[in-house]
Design a protein around this ligand. Structure first.
Ligand code: SOE
Length: 402
């Protein structure tokens, strides 16, 4: 496969990997989150295979050099084509804007590198399938960045469902609400341009909800949706800016080509019903990523803004104490928590990425596919596009059609 894993005995896959040399493309928001995870993972999980922060890549030489120093990478590349060729890189981490994912992933897979790609996997379902095929053909490992799965409270919800403690699942309802573009003078950043981002709230926020639903409830069977672009034109940005960009009211206007909000309903293959809402126009909601699940024996509620907690209700609690109880998922009994702080000491957003990197390193050292991987990325994309089709054609769309 041509990558330089440091097996103590190169021929023996059962020997543990002692390091994975990472080359990362992108150094903005997600680049910072991933860098922090590579640093924290071996410190708090000392038994995992160690990620080595070998090279960081970005087009702007000054910007990427600044990020190298700040985040602690060993070297810099300004062209990802050079990065993927390097024989001192085992894993290529892709967190550049979505339109770059496919080309980088295909080249990296062809060079025998393992892949770690931010969500949504690609601009289209066809592209995501091509990425999966390329990874499978090259025989490399692949992971997609659905980080919210890795909150211990979400892992607890999964455990309760798997152990049957919520009974048969009837409802999954989820909403991801933000408000960072509610001001009409907010500029036309790349996330509002279809050719770069693929879609708007749907692919950016809805993708997380879809993955969460698949993780917790199961596969989707059919969907019907609606969406809206409330502000159809915005000032052109002066640079490649992100979520905290400032608008210039005098700049020329350009067309917004993505959705501002997308809502949809689903029927899951196991008979449960789901509802989903993703919007960037929910005033006051900075990053409300929530779900509620109702089963025959109980319910759970999760809200990312209180990510250490899971609200839990069991129908067989004694009648005089029935009600939702708040479980603080910080004890050593909860996933990943024995590596962090004493019980009751909370964790945050960045820890979800650290846990994601722990899973990635663990999978690589066990010579298995990490989860979630490109198969999950493709399945998410199937649902995203089924919803798009349903909106265009104003009808229910079965996932099998996709
Ligand atoms: C911006 O909408 C954003 O940062 C997304 O791109 C992330 O995937 C989500 O986790 C939080 O919001």
């Amino acid at each position: 496969m041509g990558c330089g894993h440091n097996y103590s005995n190169r021929g023996d896959k059962s020997m543990a990997l002692d390091q994975v040399r990472v080359g990362m493309v992108g150094y903005k928001f997600m680049g910072k989150a991933h860098s922090n995870a590579y640093r924290a993972a071996p410190m708090f999980f000392p038994n995992i295979t160690r990620p080595v922060m070998q090279a960081i890549c970005g087009r702007d030489p000054q910007g990427v050099e600044q990020a190298r120093g700040q985040f602690g990478w060993q070297s810099v590349e300004t062209d990802w084509r050079e990065l993927v060729k390097r024989d001192d890189i085992d894993l290529v981490d892709i967190n550049a804007p979505s339109d770059a994912h496919k080309e980088i992933a295909l080249a990296a897979a062809a060079a025998g590198k393992h892949l770690f790609c931010e969500k949504p996997l690609a601009l289209t379902l066809a592209d995501s399938r091509e990425m999966l095929e390329a990874a499978e053909k090259a025989g490399v490992k692949h992971m997609v960045g659905f980080n919210y799965r890795f909150a211990p409270a979400v892992q607890l919800a999964k455990k309760l469902i798997e152990e049957g403690r919520l009974g048969q699942i009837y409802h999954f309802r989820a909403w991801f609400l933000q408000d960072w573009i509610i001001d009409p003078s907010f500029p036309l950043v790349w996330r509002l341009q279809k050719e770069i981002a693929g879609s708007g709230s749907h692919g950016d926020l809805g993708a997380h909800l879809i993955d969460m639903a698949r993780f917790l409830v199961g596969e989707f069977s059919e969907v019907i949706g609606m969406s809206e672009t409330f502000i159809k034109q915005r000032p052109m940005p002066s640079a490649m800016t992100g979520l905290s960009a400032k608008g210039d009211a005098n700049a020329p206007l350009g067309d917004v080509t993505v959705d501002d909000a997308t809502l949809f309903m689903t029927r899951f293959a196991n008979g449960a019903l789901g509802s989903f809402e993703a919007t960037r126009f929910a005033a006051g909601h900075r990053c409300t990523n929530s779900f509620e699940i109702n089963g025959s024996k109980g319910s759970v509620k999760f809200d990312f803004e209180r990510l250490n907690e899971l609200q839990v209700y069991f129908t067989d609690d004694a009648p005089d104490v029935q009600g939702f109880r708040r479980v603080l998922a910080t004890d050593a009994a909860h996933a990943y928590m024995d590596a962090w702080w004493p019980a009751g000491h909370t964790i945050g957003y960045e820890h979800t990425f650290t846990h994601e990197v722990v899973e990635l390193m663990q999978a690589l050292s066990e010579d298995r596919q990490p989860v979630p991987n490109f198969v999950d990325g493709v399945k998410c994309q199937e649902v995203l596009e089924a919803v798009d089709r349903s909106i265009e054609q104003r009808r229910w769309v079965s996932i099998e059609e996709m």
